[in-house]
Design a protein around this ligand. Sequence first.
Ligand code: 2RA
Length: 329
Amino acid sequence: MKLGIVGVTGMVGRVMIDLLEKRNFPLKKLYLSASNKSIGKTIFFKKRTYKVISIYDLFKKKPDIVLFSAGSNISKEWAKKFSDIGSTIIDNSSAWRMDSEKKLIVPEINASCLCKKDKIIANPNCSTIQLVMVLFPLHIKYIIKRIIVSTYQSVTGTGKQALDQLYQEEKGIFSKKAYPYPIYQNILPHCDSFTENKYTLEEIKLINETKKIMNNYNIGITATAVRVPVIGGHSESVNITFEKKPDIDCIYKILLKIKGIIVQDNPKKNIYPMPLYAHGKDEVFVGRIREDFSFQNSINLWIVADNLHKGAATNAIQIAEYLTQKNYV
Ligand code: 2RA
């Protein structure tokens, strides 16, 4: 198995490298590619150093799988070129997610829809992945009618520049970089850009991707995506209205059975998910599960996950593992 990573020096790319090693992904050859400024840098993997190469040189290697995490423009320019030479692309950008010909995959939910013909596979947005991981099993049982979600998103979702801005501001150095306002001791109701309808692209991704992954375009979804000065991961406050009357004990039993979900919910002992403790983990954490007494067939819950792990790198590598196990690549 020849695997390439495009965007290896980014925050997600670095987590991909760690996870390929930790999960002992079956690799014969590994090629690491990044932007021109990083070409020639060395990266450590399984006690060996690998030189970062250009995407042109990666293309010549004809990798079996290419993990893209270098933004939409690179994906739009290169994914098709790689698939035309037989590579299978797992793309972490938004470039292909809403393309009707491309599959948007969270392995625990819809990996079974993949086949050998799928050569460009989209990895959903981080805030979508953690949301649908919890919603989908509940939808199967109770049929979701409506979702209201507010997110509290880590600065790591914006990238290293945002992380640096937070660290600098903590030291009292304020210079507008990743965000139009200070993020230290502040929160911004603004993730990605605003659109004509006053929603942000992040909110629109959450709404549209959730419907595509759950293959249900009748679900009513509304979202508010907020940036918070947190490192460990994204948090989400979710209100769900079902067609059928939900039973809270049954919801616990359903979620406890899902691989990749950890239920942390004991208010009497102050037990609930928090990004500080989700940081670096591959699971999705859910808690604060409770009836919404204000509206019929409704509940509230709280979801936390490391956006660089299950929200990006872990999910992409799980897709690659699935393709390998099925001999699709
Ligand atoms: C964010 N989900 O958090 C977006 C991109 N990873 O900014």
